[in-house]
Design a binder for this molecule. Structure first.
Ligand SMILES: Cc1ncc(C[n+]2csc(CCOP(=O)(O)OP(=O)(O)O)c2C)c(N)n1
Length: 534
């Protein structure tokens, strides 16, 4: 007869989970052992937050929900930032925590607080496992996490229930809901609306990835010559060097100044899985008053960032092929506006100096193989990177683009590499973001997997410093003393070097690709090097 913990682990295995991350405490040892018994590898991390981002990296590589385990009290509290990120960035997470038994909590207070009250506003659901309903609890948790929009679900497991034997029951088989498809008359109206367009534009977001509908969208756009803008998460749905790709946007004022005027001119805006949580305020109600806006997504519009003419709550994989025939657009944007816009973007983001953030990104892009998967941290480096890093495939640049938290790049890179070790994985991080997660360099060491970490060393919170300067404030709380990243990297057994020119970076990257251990390349440049770049 299985224990509750065993049943939980079994359901996770059935959902495709192979790895879990976290830090044990006495209250979760039974859960960790049940994971082990079911073949789920548990990785000990140094901070629950970083562990969460490793789990997220594993999700991007596998499609199975991310699993983070934390002990009661401080373990739960340490994971908050990751959980909020998963909520905003639409990452399916099962957050397993231990808690004291209800009877115990009546007269015992050490480390005890109300986990569920803390979790309620930052998760899709917070569940406490109930005796006799373990299957329902864990199956519900997985379903809620994986249903769109995907997100985190917290599962609190009372200590004595984890080891309690549960009666054998028939496994639950939830019927996955099928979204509606366009009926014949709606389809005709939609095709007619699309056919009337002279200046159509498509915008795609994370929903396309959640539905794994990128190839259907790409062939729809190619068939009808419709140009595409993506959010940062949806980069690569069309190869970004394709003539119809207008690249990605979200946090760069420069890119907005070029793209927003184009979108304002569009007479047809097609939104595919577009979630404006990644966008700046300039994208609020940007389309022209007379534009037809057709939205295809499963995101209920409670955000009010925009309104559409029709919102189809539908399955993209089955809907998009319906739009493949019956559309015959004359050459859209006949005055060459798309080509002009592409050139303007290229011009706006062209190199300004032989060395600096721009040269680092361009050199990495030219040197690393095409199948490289990159992660980016948060800060000035990330905005520039998201604008100029060309993704030819989706899910090849991973980042926190809704919550925009720091300390994600190196952990996420490790999580991804754990699932797909053959793919080169590079983490781009600012120096402050790196220092936020230094402890988890030890987890990277222990994993014995070769990732490449590129640190943008400018001894500055560059993004905030730029904003501070633009507001004519004095530099306060944004500059810091030099850190010897190379010695730190070497202390963890990595190959670590200072890099101060593009040629050397190319050489180091080529060697890093052949190495069996992690490489940390500390790319040093002067402060204020991002001025005018994005
Ligand atoms: C956890 C967290 N704390 C603070 C911020 C605010 N913030 C955004 S960017 C940034 C600067 C990051 O500095 P660094 O990692 O050196 O990157 P850079 O901007 O220099 O590229 C800060 C502090 C944040 N987004 N996340």
């Amino acid at each position: 007869m299985p224990t509750s913990a065993y049943i939980i682990a079994k359901y996770l295995v059935n959902a495709g989970v192979k790895h879990a991350y976290g830090i044990p405490g006495g209250e979760v040892v039974a859960i960790i052992d049940a994971l082990r018994q079911n073949g789920i590898k548990f990785t000990l991390v140094k901070h629950e937050n970083a562990g969460g981002f490793m789990a997220e990296g594993a999700f991007h590589a596998s499609g199975a929900p991310a699993v983070l385990v934390a002990t009661l009290g401080p373990g739960v509290a340490n994971a908050i930032n990751f959980i909020v990120n998963a909520h905003q960035d639409r990452v399916p997470v099962i957050f397993l925590t231990g808690c004291v038994d209800e009877k115990e909590a009546m007269s015992y207070t050490h480390q005890v607080f109300d986990h569920q009250a803390l979790m309620k506003p930052i998760t899709k659901a917070t569940l406490k496992v109930a005796d006799g309903a373990v299957e329902e609890t864990i199956d519900k948790a997985i379903s809620i996490a994986m249903d769109e929009p995907q997100g985190p679900v917290h599962v609190d497991i009372p200590v004595s229930l984890a080891t309690a034997i549960q009666a054998e029951r028939r496994p639950i088989k939830r019927c996955k809901p099928q979204y509606g498809v366009l009926d014949a008359s709606t389809l005709q109206t939609t095709l007619a609306q699309i056919n009337r367009a002279k200046k159509p534009i498509a915008i795609a977001g994370v929903g396309v990835l959640q539905q794994r509908a990128e190839s259907q969208l790409s062939s729809f756009l190619r068939t009808h010559n419709i140009p595409l803008i993506t959010t940062y998460k949806a980069k690569g749905i069309l190869p970004e060097d394709h003539a119809l790709s207008l690249g990605a946007t979200g946090l760069s004022p420069k890119s907005e100044s070029i793209l927003l005027p184009l979108v304002e001119q569009a007479d047809l805006v097609l939104l595919f899985g577009y979630d404006p949580i990644e966008m700046r305020a300039g994208w609020r109600n940007v389309w022209g008053e007379n534009a037809t806006v057709l939205e295809f997504s499963t995101l209920i519009n409670t955000h009010y960032m925009h309104q559409s003419s029709h919102h189809f709550y539908c399955d993209l994989k089955t809907t998009l092929p319906l739009l493949q025939d019956g559309i015959a657009l004359e050459l859209p944007w006949p005055k060459g506006e798309i080509q002009t816009t592409r050139l303007a973007i290229q011009e706006a983001f062209s190199a300004t100096a032989d060395w600096g953030p721009h040269a680092i990104i361009k050199t990495a892009m030219a040197t690393l193989p095409e199948n490289t998967v990159a992660t980016a941290d948060t800060g000035a480096h990330r905005i520039l990177l998201s604008q100029i890093w060309i993704c030819k495939q989706p899910r090849t640049l991973l980042q926190s683009s809704a919550l925009c938290t720091m300390g994600v790049a190196a952990p996420m890179a490790l999580g991804y590499k754990t699932i797909i070790p053959d793919v080169p994985v590079v983490a781009f991080t600012g120096d402050a973001g790196m220092e936020m997660v230094l402890g988890d360099l030890a987890t990277i060491r222990d994993a014995k997997l070769p990732i490449i970490i590129i640190v943008f060393v400018d001894e500055s919170l560059a993004l905030i410093e730029m904003k501070q300067r633009a507001m004519k404030f004095e530099n306060t709380g944004v500059d810091f003393e030099p850190t010897d990243f190379v010695s730190i990297g070497r202390a963890y057994g990595f190959h670590s070097e200072w890099v101060e020119d593009a040629q050397n970076l190319e050489t180091e990257l080529n060697s890093a690709l052949k190495r069996k251990n992690t490489s940390l390349l500390a790319c040093r440049f002067s402060r204020q090097a991002y001025d005018g770049t994005f």
